[in-house]
Design a protein around this ligand. Structure first.
Ligand SMILES: *Cc1c(COP(=O)(O)O)cnc(C)c1O
Length: 366
């Protein structure tokens, strides 16, 4: 099939989000008959050698791309990032301990609220004042050295902010929700005790959640919780304790191959910066026609949030953008305005087209 004859929208959805066309085409070609087995990957046993190979290759690719150290486990779970909000405290927030949360947006709030149901949690810092426009400085974080962990949200999907440098938490395990920016840039995994991410932004389809966990932290987990909620259960069984989300893992494997073909995380990061700059430069050059929500120092390269002069003009902008073929530009209901999600799979051409549209819209409406 020719790439040029397929209709593909300019997809700026926040999640589920764009997948690379090459990945979808590869999956389509293998859909009815996976590698000569005579069935799709969804129809075969998760204990078959064909599936097992996909499973292990996907783990190996993720290890390779993120340079995950040997003493970390890679797990494929279900329940989304939202279940991790509960699993993290259930496993690591034991009686007599406290866990710190850095509040940088709605997802941090949800993680904190879930932690509160399970144990003793506190806010190590908050950027709520001003509606989450910034990321607290590392010197603002307040927590004891015997805290169970410190939880952060590396990229705030709804507000469009991201951590530029991660805090050095010493002996306190740093736990990060990386749902909306995993694989957007190289990271030093060894700084983290645990990283989790729902797949549907940068990794693949919804239904699979990646967890990367330091083995020494895993060993401290509470064993007296339901089997499926224990990280140890999944680590011991190579994420095959029960039936895994095979299709999601398979597509994620194809996405990881694609990331590797793009040149890995350094190259992806370079491209993501160039893509985001197209819009941020346009906002900055607009003399206030477009106003970015995030503080300049905290701007996310994944989710770009901005407003126009009033809701009337925003409505007009969104309507015309929709007519012009741009999808997913309305801001989250808690912020309003506009949001463009520029995940890895969103092509440069789509970002460039949006920039051109924004410049033209300003010319005719200023
Ligand atoms: C999308 C998102 C979530 C929610 O993920 P689910 O997989 O739907 O539970 C959590 N945290 C962040 C940062 C997100 O972007």
């Amino acid at each position: 099939m020719n790439k040029n004859t397929i209709f593909r929208a300019h997809n700026f959805n926040a999640g589920p989000a764009a997948l690379p066309l090459e990945v979808l085409q590869k999956a389509q070609a293998q859909f009815l008959d996976f590698q000569g087995v005579g069935m799709s990957i969804m129809e075969m046993s998760h204990r078959s050698k064909e599936y097992e190979k996909v499973h292990n290759q996907t783990i190996a690719l993720l290890r390779d791309l993120l340079a995950i150290p040997e003493d970390y486990e890679v797990l494929f779970l279900q329940g989304g990032a939202s279940l991790q909000f509960a699993m993290v405290p259930m496993n690591f927030l034991s009686a007599g301990k406290k866990a710190g949360y850095v509040m940088t947006g709605s997802w941090s709030e949800k993680a904190y609220e879930e932690g509160k149901k399970i144990g003793d949690v506190f806010q190590a810092a908050s950027a709520k004042e001003g509606n989450y426009r910034r990321i607290p400085g590392n010197d603002e974080l307040q927590y004891d050295v015997d805290s169970a962990y410190l939880h952060i949200t590396s990229n705030n999907t709804i507000f469009g902010t991201e951590w530029k440098t991660f805090p050095d938490t010493g002996s306190v395990p740093l736990i990060a929700d990386m749902s909306s920016d995993i694989l957007a840039r190289p990271i030093d995994v060894s700084k983290f005790g645990l990283i989790y991410a729902g797949a549907q932004k940068n990794l693949g389809p919804s239904g699979v959640t990646v967890v990367i966990i330091r083995r020494s932290l895993l060993e401290t987990a509470n064993p007296n919780i339901p089997t499926m909620l224990r990280y140890a259960t999944h680590a011991k069984n190579n994420s095959l304790y029960n039936t895994p989300p095979v299709f999601g893992i398979y597509i994620m494997g194809l996405v990881l191959e694609w990331v590797k073909e793009q040149g890995g995380l350094e190259a992806i990061y370079q491209r993501n910066q160039e893509k985001a700059a197209l819009i941020y430069d346009t906002i900055d050059a607009s003399k206030g026609f477009y106003v970015g929500h995030a503080q300049i120092e905290a701007r996310s390269i994944m989710n770009i949030t901005f407003r126009l002069a009033d809701e009337e003009l925003e409505k007009k902008f969104l309507e015309q953008a929709k007519k012009a073929g741009f999808v997913g530009l309305a801001g989250h209901r808690s912020v309003g305005g506009c949001r463009a999600s520029f995940y890895n799979a969103v092509p440069y051409e789509s970002c460039k087209a949006l920039q051109t549209f924004m410049v033209e819209f300003q010319k005719t409406n200023a």
